[in-house]
Design a protein around this ligand. Structure first.
Ligand code: CA
Length: 229
C-alpha cells in the first residue's frame, strides 16, 4: 500500500484529501505546518508527499529544499492560483509536479498515480538506488534489501555500505571512509572503520554466505560484486 503524506494547513482541505486518498486505497498521514511536515517526511518512509507552499512555521518550498538534501521521494506541490513563481521555484527545487488550487480531485489522483510510477523503484538510475547481485540499497527510502527481504542496519552501517557500494570496485582507504562516513571533524579512533566493517560483514557477507566486502591489506576496503568487479 502506498503511503502519502499531506502537508497542508487548511485543515478542511487536508481532511477532504485524506478521505479521498484513503478511499483510493492509500495510507495517509497529515501535517498542518511545515516543520511537522518536514519531520514526518524525513522519518516516515512515504511514497509520495503532497506539499502546500504557503504554510505556517516553515514554507513548503523550504521544506522541499531541506528534504531534497537527503531524499528523492516524489513531491507534488500545491500552489495558489497564478502563483507562477511558486511553480517555477518548486520545480527548480526538485518537486516532481505541481497542481494549482482549486483543483479537481480526479486531476490530483491522476498526477499522484503518475508521480508514483515515475518515482520509487522503477528508475534506479535517477533515484540513486544501488544494486549488486541480490543486494539493493535505496538511499531515498533508507532501505537495504537482500533478495527483497529487509536487512536491518544502523545509520552508520547504512552510510558505510552506501559509500562502499557507490565506489564499487575501488579500494577505499580508512581515511577516506572516515571522511565520507564520519565527517571531516571526526576526532575518535580510526579503527572505528574496522569495527563497522566487521558489523557489516556479519549482517551481509556472513548472513547471506557471500563475499562482497573485501580487505585490501595495508590499504583499506573495497566492495566487489560476485564477479569481483
Ligand atoms: Ca496554505
Amino acid at each position: 500500500m502506498d503511503r502519502i503524506l499531506i502537508v497542508e494547513d487548511e485543515e478542511k482541505l487536508a481532511r477532504f484529501l485524506e478521505l479521498e486518498l484513503a478511499h483510493e486505497g492509500y495510507a495517509v498521514e497529515k501535517a498542518f505546518d511545515g516543520r511537522t511536515g518536514l519531520d514526518l517526511a524525513e522519518n516516515g518512509g512515504f511514497d509520495l508527499i503532497l506539499l502546500d507552499v504557503m504554510l505556517p512555521g516553515m514554507s513548503g518550498l523550504e521544506v522541499l529544499r531541506r528534504l531534497r538534501r537527503t531524499d528523492a521521494v516524489p513531491v507534488i506541490v500545491l500552489t495558489a492560483r497564478d502563483a507562477v513563481m511558486d511553480k517555477v521555484t518548486g520545480l527548480d527545487m526538485g518537486a516532481n509536479d505541481y497542481i494549482t488550487k482549486p483543483f479537481e480531485i480526479e486531476e490530483l489522483l491522476a498526477r499522484i498515480r503518475a508521480a508514483l510510477r515515475s518515482g520509487g523503484h522503477s528508475d534506479p538510475a535517477s533515484s540513486g538506488v544501488l544494486v549488486s547481485g541480490g543486494l539493493t540499497l535505496d538511499p531515498a527510502r533508507r532501505t537495504v534489501l537482500w533478495n527483497g527481504a529487509p536487512v536491518a542496519l544502523t545509520n552508520r552501517e547504512f552510510e558505510l555500505l552506501r559509500t562502499l557500494m557507490r565506489n564499487r570496485g575501488i579500494v577505499m582507504t580508512r581515511e577516506k571512509l572516515l571522511e565520507q562516513v564520519w565527517g571531516y571533524d571526526y576526532a575518535g579512533e580510526t579503527n572505528v572503520v574496522d569495527v563497522y566493517i566487521r558489523y557489516l560483514r556479519q549482517k551481509i557477507d556472513d548472513a547471506f554466505g557471500v563475499k562482497l566486502i573485501h580487505t585490501v591489506r595495508g590499504v583499506g576496503y573495497a566492495f566487489r560484486d560476485a564477479e569481483g568487479r
